[in-house]
Write a protein that binds this ligand. Structure first.
Ligand SMILES: Nc1ncnc2c1ncn2[C@@H]1O[C@H](COP(=O)(O)OP(=O)(O)OP(=O)(O)O)[C@@H](O)[C@H]1O
Ligand SMILES: N[C@@H](CCO)C(=O)O
Length: 298
């Protein structure tokens, strides 16, 4: 039996749409063993909604590993325990995909290398900015090259925390991608190139002041705010309360505020402003983590 522990992730980080993401200290676990049939059990977040049959994405991801090494996928006994809320913008499906792939690879004595795992999980999820930080930890910048996935892990030296305001309502990533435009203006494209480049620079040089200035976006947030009541006001008020960058976490609806010291005021403001717009939310204070999926084999 193998047990894989996979972190939550926040994708985009504002301007880094489908390109940048960061691992956070909230975890899902996937326990997997070969069995005479497929048996899936789930506890924690999503326990009553997540599929218990072949459509489960942890199983689907595991089966793709067996297919890739041309082995028949046996029956599997899978237990999922989830801390990461589903469809809230904290990388729940990415944690599931990474957990399924890493667990199956471990059951087969790790035939796939890191690059192959990175490419497989990105192909399954469709974009790298949740699955790669979930796999590798830290902050990841990634995108497809001509014939392989290009990625780089950044280990920020700055001590920051992430206050996340997690609305009670879910927002499926698919729905949040449907509201995005098929084309954008040259100015908006240039704006995001500029801010994403400066964001990477700020992270690499541990420049907190610059970080606070550049976590802005014109490619997805202006369109998704129509799906999340109070989103812009929560962002503005959290910044006014002293947060550094405040952004939509992944495809939302969670909003993430980076802070360096006492974040009590930021937490209060985010909760109150969301509630003023009729949105009940959960506040959690998370920390960026530098390690990704971890395997325990017994
Ligand atoms: N931990 C999980 N285990 C199994 N299936 C999951 C898990 N999390 C999400 N899914 C499934 O993945 C599919 C895609 O979910 P969706 O992308 O809408 O939400 P999400 O990935 O949880 O969102 P986010 O990335 O914002 O957390 C859904 O069918 C959902 O049931
Ligand atoms: N980059 C993806 C992340 C989804 O979690 C999006 O914003 O749709």
């Amino acid at each position: 039996m193998v047990k894989v522990t996979v972190p939550a992730t926040t994708a985009n980080l504002g301007p880094g749409f489908d390109t940048m993401g960061m691992a956070l200290d909230m975890y899902n676990t996937v326990e997997m063993a070969i069995h005479d049939s497929l048996v899936i059990t789930v506890s924690g977040e999503g326990e009553s909604d997540i599929s218990l049959n072949e459509t489960n994405i942890v199983y689907q991801a595991a089966k793709m590993v067996f297919d890739q090494v041309e082995q028949h996928c046996p029956g599997l006994r899978i237990h999922l325990h989830n801390e990461v809320p589903v469809a809230r913008g904290l990388g729940s499906s990415a944690a599931a995909v990474v957990g399924g792939v890493v667990a199956a690879n471990a059951l087969l004595d790790n035939p796939l290398c890191e690059q192959e795992l990175a490419e497989l999980v990105t192909k399954i999820e469709g974009h790298p900015d949740n699955v790669l930080p979930a796999l590798l930890g830290g902050v990841i910048v990634a995108g497809w090259g001509k014939d392989k996935l290009l990625y780089q892990k950044i280990v920020p030296g700055i001590q920051i925390e992430a206050v996340v305001a997690i609305p009670e309502f879910p927002l499926a990533t698919k729905k949040a991608r449907e509201v995005l435009p098929s084309t954008v203006s040259f100015q908006d494209a240039l704006f995001n190139v500029n801010r994403a480049s400066l964001l990477v620079t700020a992270l690499i040089t541990n420049n907190l002041q610059l970080l606070a200035e550049v976590m802005e976006d014109r490619l997805h947030q202006p369109y998704r705010c129509t799906l999340i009541p109070g989103m812009n006001e929560v962002i503005e008020n959290a910044k006014a309360a002293g947060a550094l960058g405040v952004v939509l976490s992944g495809a939302g609806p969670t909003i993430l505020a980076l802070t360096t010291d006492d974040s009590k005021q930021v937490q209060t403001v985010m909760k109150e402003v969301f509630e003023a717009h009729g949105v009940k939310c959960n506040i959690r204070v998370l920390k960026p983590i530098l390690s990704g999926a971890k395997i325990d084999k017994s």
